[in-house]
Design a protein around this ligand. Sequence first.
Ligand SMILES: Nc1nc2c(ncn2[C@@H]2O[C@H](COP(=O)(O)OP(=O)(O)OP(=O)(O)O)[C@@H](O)[C@H]2O)c(=O)[nH]1
Ligand SMILES: [Mg+2]
Length: 437
Amino acid sequence: MSTKDKMVYKIGVVGPTRVGKTSLITSILKDSQKLLAGTPLSIRPHGTPTEKRLMKHADELSGSLRAGEFNPGTLKGTEETFTFELELTPGDADIGILLELLDYPGGWLNPGSRPEGRKDEWLRCVNWLKESSVILIPVDASVLMEATERRHKIAAPAILMANQVAQVAREWAKERNRRYNEPALMLICPLKCESYFTDNGGQRYAAPKLLEEVRHVYAEMIEAVRDEAKKVDITIIYAPVDTIGCVDIVSADWKENENASGGFEFSADYRVRHPKRQSVIGADNVLVSLCKHLVEAKRQVETENAKRINEEAEIIAIDAEIKLTEAQKTASSARRKILEAKLAKEYADEYSGIFNSIANWFTGEGDKRNDIARHKNEDAIKISDEAGKMSSLAEHKRKEAIKAAEEVNFIKEQISALNAQIEQIAEKKLSERVKVL
Ligand SMILES: Nc1nc2c(ncn2[C@@H]2O[C@H](COP(=O)(O)OP(=O)(O)OP(=O)(O)O)[C@@H](O)[C@H]2O)c(=O)[nH]1
Ligand SMILES: [Mg+2]
């Protein structure tokens, strides 16, 4: 792969319907420039479909918030798979990274609600998730935090489909173990948490409880991921996100329904807080963690690349040297042959000058000398031609060697640019909300 090619990283999101997958993706991507402020990275949607999708989602939400309403049930869920495409550029380095995020209807995670005709599509999603370098696990914080009765607490993991999520995560980790040279990052993102933090206008501080609940419900998943990927140092980050921010939960409803996962249908009512505008918090933590990881991975790949290209360049340079020596040798032989031919010609001319034509005819010596001179001359022409060809071959090899050396320098510059970017990104602090698990 040429170093100027873009590197593509797949990012997978795993979660049941209504957990907030699309909202999470959108909040990471929509304000990505702003979220990366203070880092040397720039990021932008790649392609019009991604831009359109982001805009549509933002418009739907902001319309209802301005009207002072927020009813989670009225926002439509995802009905088809969609790949969000993003382009990440680390500073002025000429190395682009493409991020592809796959969104799909979360209902497909549940075998019971997966439509018969969509099974193949779901398999494609599963494969995508397995291949993803980064996996995002959105978690509905309200289900965990509003479960006050014991039976609600028992039902919560099933409502979140924690087992199915863990199963997908396990398969992802197995694949990571097979591709142990690639980066592996898992981001667990509680969503709908505005009501449990005080940094976004909320009144109630319940951050430690949320962390504890997530650790508890996803303990098996975390353990499975570590067990399955022993060869890989998987980073697991806990990063709560408010994708709406300006709402507060006023009541939670646990309606019994034997057909629902966990035996309950959970819903919540919200009031909209002033200034009735979306206030995303925490998406920068997700994006920065993600970028840090991918730029670091890119650096690893480039360093490996540079090593290989350097070795290739050395071989080319040695070849050029050999060709040059060969050409020099041939040129010396040619010079020698030219001198010999010149000398033979002089002998022949001299002979014909001294003796007259009769003596010449009688001995045949003059003809002999002329023949020798002619042969030597032909030889000299041949070897001169050869010397010419060899020297242009040597010149060609020399140019190849220069080009290879330039490419090596180019990669080295890119790597040092990446190193500088990585140092700068590392300075960007993640917020208090974030924990490394
Ligand atoms: N209060 C609050 N609601 C949120 C937050 N994030 C998402 N929601 C709401 O949760 C509901 C579901 O969000 P989606 O992003 O559509 O969920 P999804 O996982 O993509 O759902 P499917 O497309 O059905 O799989 C929507 O009404 C969102 O507005 C959040 O941070 N806070
Ligand atoms: Mg969706």
